[in-house]
Design a protein around this ligand. Structure first.
Ligand code: NCD
Length: 304
């Protein structure tokens, strides 16, 4: 049985196949509407979510399956002191596959060791978020027509942003990828990601505080929210939260075919007047999230 805890649990070939299926679902959704008849997805969300949980649930419903679960720890027996391992053992009796989000880094990995059904990491603390990365890869594939030969700017909270860590890990496996890491000093990409992913794979990258410095080089600009819930004190958050606000002026030198992405939720980091710019891809990206999750569920449940 296979779990999805880290994006590297999937080979490039498996990701390519899933992207193909997701694209086929986009054009022929009806063909898939009974593929998961009688199957159940449990969504166990110990942290807030809109897109990830609802797109997983919508994905399973669109495949003909059913969903159950909880959207906050306080409504489950965790509030009585139950461990993640015990919760998972039990939920495995009621479902065929589990998507789980947890504030503690590594919690889905621990869960997978005790689980009788496949576990999907739907975000673990400031660590990883592999299904957002699958969403991002489908978006890049559709919007840019390729996953190689790209210069990718990542901007905002690169320290706590789990979507950033997983996306860098995934993109580092494709040819001729360059990164521009744009953040304030306090929110730089963690050393372990630099060492174990970028440096180990000889990936070219630049670091800057200035969002405009490399703007004209970028094929993709991936904006992120400052992750308030991971800060130790509110003052630091308030000082950093509006460090970047992307507006039309800052895009002056950007390529005509730049793809602006954001995992969402947006707080203040992209001005709403960008929303109508044809380079804004973030709402399309949220839409693609459902289709790649349909492809992922089919794969993990081994549905033909
Ligand atoms: C992201 C997350 O939960 O890490 N949201 C999402 O899943 N689309 C990004 C964020 O919360 O900032």
């Amino acid at each position: 049985m296979k779990h999805l805890i880290d994006i590297k649990d999937l080979s490039i070939k498996e990701i390519d196949d899933m992207i193909k299926v997701a694209k086929d679902i986009i054009t022929n959704e009806d063909k898939y509407s009974h593929k998961c008849d009688g199957k159940k997805l449990a969504t166990l969300f110990f942290e807030p979510s809109t897109r990830t949980r609802l797109s997983f649930e919508s994905a399973m419903l669109s495949l003909g399956g059913n969903v159950l679960g909880f959207s906050e720890a306080s409504s489950s027996s965790v509030s009585k002191g139950e461990t993640v391992s015990d919760t998972i053992r039990v939920v495995g009796c009621y479902s065929d596959i589990i998507a789980m989000r947890h504030p503690k880094e590594g919690a889905p990995l621990v869960a997978s060791m005790k689980s009788s059904v496949p576990i999907i990491n739907a975000g673990d603390g400031g660590h990883n978020h592999p299904t957002q990365t699958l969403t991002d890869l489908l978006t890049i594939n559709i919007e840019k027509g390729r996953l190689d030969n790209l210069t990718i700017g990542l901007c905002g909270d690169l320290k706590f942003g789990r979507t950033v860590h997983s996306l860098i890990t995934a993109m580092s496996r494709y040819k001729n990828i360059k990164f521009v890491l744009i953040s304030p000093d306090e929110l730089k990409l963690p050393e372990y990601v630099k060492k174990e992913v970028l440096e180990k794979n000889n990936i070219e990258y630049a670091e800057t505080r200035n969002i405009e410095e490399y703007m004209s080089d970028l094929d993709i600009l991936y904006m992120t929210r400052v992750q308030r819930e991971r800060f130790f004190n509110e003052e630091d958050y308030i000082r950093l939260k509006d460090y970047y606000i992307l507006n039309k002026k800052k895009l002056d030198k950007a390529k005509k075919d730049l793809c602006i992405m954001h995992p969402l939720p947006r707080v203040n980091e992209i001005s709403t007047d960008i929303d109508d710019d044809e380079r804004a891809c973030y709402f399309k990206q949220a839409n693609y999230g459902k289709y790649i999750r349909m492809a992922l569920i089919l794969k993990m449940l081994e549905v033909k």
